[in-house]
Design a protein around this ligand. Structure first.
Ligand code: PMP
Length: 437
């Protein structure tokens, strides 16, 4: 496949944009380097690059594009909103409409506030939790990504009862020392951390279903334990549902049927983003009335945003959720994903490539290893070189995946049976190529 024009543009981009990309996850550094593909057009399940090559897309822009690219209902909503003015700096009726839709789908949120990204949503939930509890520390789980704000870009120390170390230059050690990282799916680790630091902990932050070191379900009872233990120590539970909300069903991980005991896993605050903006920039956070009343203008926790709640993002979000209100769309994504993952597993097996697939409804991850992945340590065994070879082999056959060994594959409402067949043919040839047979 000829990608000359992408190479030319990458050389040019490198001269003007740091690293040639506007988010490090778009670089091909983790898959052996070189020019990332410069896309020119996206429609439905497909991308076309600047050289005219077509790709079936499973990146879905890291999650938000669940209705496929340029879905007519979403595009119409954005066009109409833009024609009425893109940014007001005043309240609009549309914001109430999306807030009500979110509250109805995620009942733990009495009150909502819109922001511009998942990073902002998470960052603010931490401030609100600190304002509410009067405490400073947070506990998070290894491998979960919560955006790029200081407090959540902190890795584990050497054990569950040690303080964190910065994961990025530019984060003061004093901030990292406010963070404790424990393994996902490990109740004992959380208990030990709470025993040691509990009285200073404002919040326990968790992806209730993980989307950032693959797709990983909490073990039965784990979220119940997280909520019970956290509350025992007077801290708040924050669910980062930036990836998971509206991904598996019309609702969030906390209302997902696979996690049966809804009341026992109810968080105090929830951070949202991605799908709720239908492909335009958005974030939101919400929780009980009592906690959310800590936020300005009602309370002492300040948070603001020039672009927050802009009519284009809100309209795109409403339109996207309207498409998702039909339960059939989730059933179809689920059906196609089962076919795809079954086919991938068979193909990998046929060619002797170790592959662990974690599927949750219309999303799944592929770890190139031969054991289950239930936490970050297990995920790290994935063979990065095998993944990189597979990623490139698939790209060369017209299938676009995220250039990261941990990132999920996302189905959209636009994918068809024919796309799955095309992908499985590409996978069969790719597994054969990388296994050297
Ligand atoms: N939380 C989670 C769980 C995420 O996956 C991400 C982004 N991948 C974020 C927060 C940050 O969202 P954003 O990129 O919109 O700032």
């Amino acid at each position: 496949m000829n990608r000359k024009q992408s190479e030319v543009l990458y050389e040019e981009a490198l001269q003007h944009i740091v690293g040639g990309v506007n988010s490090p996850s778009r670089s091909f550094k983790a898959v052996g380097g070189g020019a990332p593909v410069f896309m020119k057009k996206a429609e439905g399940a497909y991308f076309w690059d600047v050289d005219g090559n077509r790709y079936v897309d499973y990146l879905a822009a890291y999650g938000p594009i669940i209705t496929g690219h340029a879905h007519p209902h979403v595009t119409k909503a954005i066009t109409e909103a833009a024609a009425n003015g893109t940014l007001y700096g005043t309240p609009t009726e549309l914001e109430i409409q999306l807030a009500v839709m979110l509250k109805e789908a995620i009942p733990s949120m009495d009150k909502v506030r819109f922001v511009n990204s998942g990073t902002e949503a998470v960052m603010t939930t931490i401030r609100v939790a600190r304002a509410y509890t009067g405490r400073n520390k947070i506990i998070k789980f290894a491998g979960c990504y919560h955006g790029h704000s200081d407090l959540v870009l902190v890795a584990a120390g050497s054990g569950p009862s040690t303080l964190g170390i910065p994961d990025s230059a530019g984060i003061p050690t004093s901030i990292a020392h406010e963070v404790i990282t424990v393994p996902f799916n490990d109740t004992t680790g959380l208990q030990e951390a709470l025993e040691k630091w509990g009285d200073d902990v404002a919040a326990v932050m968790i992806e209730p279903i993980v989307g950032n070191f693959g797709m990983v379900m909490p073990k039965p009872g784990f979220l119940e334990d997280v909520c019970r233990l956290t509350h025992e120590y007077g801290a708040l539970v924050i669910y980062d549902e930036v990836i998971t909300a509206f991904r598996f069903h019309y609702g969030s991980a906390q209302t997902y049927a696979g996690l049966d005991n809804h009341d026992a896993i109810k968080p105090d605050l929830t951070a949202l983003g991605k799908i709720i903006g239908g492909g335009l920039p958005i974030g939101a956070y919400g929780g009980s009335k009592e906690i959310m009343e800590k936020v300005a203008p009602l309370g002492p926790a300040y948070q603001a945003g020039t672009m927050a709640g802009n009519p284009a993002s809100i309209s795109a979000g409403i339109a996207c959720l309207e498409v998702l209100q039909d339960p059939k769309v989730y059933e179809e994504m689920n059906r196609l994903t089962v076919k795809l993952t079954d086919g991938l597993a068979e193909s990998a097996k046929r060619h002797g490539v170790p592959l662990t697939i974690n599927r949750i409804r219309g999303s799944f991850s592929t770890h190139f290893c031969d054991h289950p992945v239930t936490n970050y340590d297990e995920a790290q065994d994935t063979d990065g070189e095998a993944f990189a070879a597979f990623f490139r082999a698939m790209l060369n056959r017209g299938v676009n995946l995220a250039p990261s060994k941990f990132e999920a594959w996302f189905l959209t409402t636009a994918h068809t049976e024919a796309d799955i067949d095309f992908t499985l043919e590409a996978a069969e040839a790719s597994f054969k190529e990388i296994s050297g047979k």
